[in-house]
Unconditional design. Structure first.
Length: 428
């Protein structure tokens, strides 16, 4: 390989590592809140009612979720106007600050109402940060990758997202089983994972400060640069915005159903213990993570649209049978195999969702175009998935949720069928 080309590949690899590690830390910090909520809730709210403590903690989690569209809008605009590198650095800095605030905030008994107020502020920062992270990192990874490997690197982006969730679970299990007892975790040990997240974010901040800006951003047209990141510019591409929303609806709901909601489903419906549920979820997520790069690489060979159509068809006809079979599963192994079938289908969407969105928009509004409609759709459909599922179960019609997921997948499948091949029509 010529020296110049070798240097270029080395620089690209450093950029991909820097972007990926930062993404991992962002999602670790995001999921740590949910993983440790049961332990830190008593520290931030009055001790009179443990259920009320958890409800208040969950409400703050939901508010953080609602901040994601705002983060997608503001950080997407910032990335299109000031560069991908600047936005990625700002994103991880905000996440670091949010984790640090949670780690050091005194308890409710010490500072009263200021404790939950600080928790709320920290979670707003984290929601804003992670909302901006997806659009910017998806844009950066798509632009920095070579034309024939964008699908593969899009898969790596989802690897780091899932790895962040697994890392949060791993820290929880290590502290639970090997380091601290329940009392220590509840009184002070819950601060450890947030401190780890803050320190790790500092390391990610260093990596991102040394990222190479993408050639696509550096060489964008001067006339286009004047309107970069403006919402009015994005509104000139209503079809592309609609495609992002349409292809995300079914994909994200299917993903959240068999990942985030699945732990509660395995306990409440299947009847597994909490320990079995955690192990099944962690093991299936690990295998799901490994599937992302190969599925992305497959799309580089056969195109994005055939992969998306395959997801839509398989998810459409398997959602109800898989969830019905899961509800009757007799043991953890059966549950694991059924979930893995679902997640293998989901990987057809998740592995390439980032690059498909990035390929739709011109460089001057790419980060905003990817981040804002995606964040809104995820907040509406992904954020509500668990609540709708539990409500259907509460009223005695749990299967309604199965059909709701199927209907959303059908909407996305129609988008996949009628959209043009993103790889062939790519604006990257």
């Amino acid at each position: 390989m010529p020296a110049g080309r070798a240097a270029g590949e080395a620089s690209r690899l450093r950029s991909i590592v820097g972007g990926s590690v930062g993404n991992l830390i962002e999602w670790y910090d995001w999921y740590t809140y949910a993983a440790f909520a049961i332990y830190f809730a008593p520290s931030f709210f009055p001790a009179s009612n443990s259920t009320l403590q958890l409800m208040n903690t969950a409400a703050i989690f939901a508010v953080g979720f609602l901040m994601r569209p705002i983060g997608g809008w503001v950080m997407g605009r910032y990335a299109d106007r000031h560069g991908r590198k600047a936005a990625l650095t700002m994103s991880v800095l905000l996440m670091c600050l949010g984790s640090l605030i949670i780690a050091v905030t005194p308890t409710y008994d010490s500072i009263g109402i200021a404790a939950p107020a600080s928790l709320l502020f920290a979670r707003l920062l984290q929601g804003f940060s992670v909302g901006g992270e997806y659009g910017t990192s998806a844009t950066y990874m798509s632009e920095i990758a070579t034309a024939g490997r964008r699908g593969f690197y899009s898969g790596i982006l989802y690897v780091t997202l899932i790895m962040g969730q697994l890392l949060a679970l791993a820290v929880l299990m290590v502290l639970q089983f090997f380091v601290l007892d329940a009392h220590e975790l509840e009184t002070w040990g819950w601060r450890i994972p947030f401190a780890i997240g803050a320190v790790a974010a500092v390391a990610a901040l260093y990596l991102r400060r040394n990222l190479e800006e993408t050639e696509a951003y550096r060489s964008k047209d001067k006339n286009a640069a004047a309107g970069a990141g403006q919402l009015s510019m994005l509104l000139k591409h209503p079809k592309e915005v609609a495609i992002v929303v349409g292809l995300t609806v079914g994909g994200t709901l299917f993903f959240y159903t068999f990942t985030t909601y699945m732990q509660k489903f395995l306990v409440n419906t299947v009847g597994l213990s909490k320990g079995e549920s955690t192990l099944v979820s962690a093991a299936s997520l690990f295998v799901f993570m490994l599937l992302q790069p190969p599925m992305g690489a497959l799309s580089d060979r056969v195109g994005r649209r055939p992969i998306l159509i395959a997801f839509g068809v398989l998810a459409l006809f398997s959602t109800v049978p898989l969830l019905s079979a899961l509800s009757r599963a007799d043991d953890a192994w059966t549950a694991f195999y059924l979930i893995m079938i679902a997640l293998a289908i989901s990987s057809l969407y998740s592995s390439i969702s980032a690059v498909v969105k990035a390929e739709l928009f011109p460089v001057e509004i790419r980060a905003l175009g990817v981040g804002l409609p995606y964040s809104i759709t995820v907040s509406v459909f992904g954020g509500s998935a668990e609540s709708i599922a539990l409500w259907c179960k509460h009223i005695g019609h749990e299967t309604w949720f199965y059909w709701y997921v199927t209907a959303c997948v059908l909407c996305s499948l129609l988008v996949y069928l009628f959209m043009r091949e993103p790889q062939r029509e790519s604006r990257l």
